[in-house]
Design a binder for this molecule. Sequence first.
Ligand SMILES: [Zn+2]
Length: 90
Amino acid sequence: MTEDHLDGNAAGGGLREVFAVDLTAATGQCSNCSQALVLAESLLYTRAPGLVARCPGCEAVLFRLVRGPGRAWLDLRGMTCLQFALPDGS
Ligand SMILES: [Zn+2]
């Protein structure tokens, strides 16, 4: 660790807040075709090891979520950015 940055533990509070919200109403953009979409509009496949969401425009994978005992794996590389509502902090 150098003086100009902190280690990833410092992001713990912000990430905890972000991942505690319902993201189905979040908006994002497909990394493959650039279509803007609401996450709830994605094509969800559940007959896989976990959940696989695909773009309704080009069917590219938007995200994968796999749950295991005591842990989860989330791959969001198919989306450029997610925007979602958060309650204002204090
Ligand atoms: Zn797409």
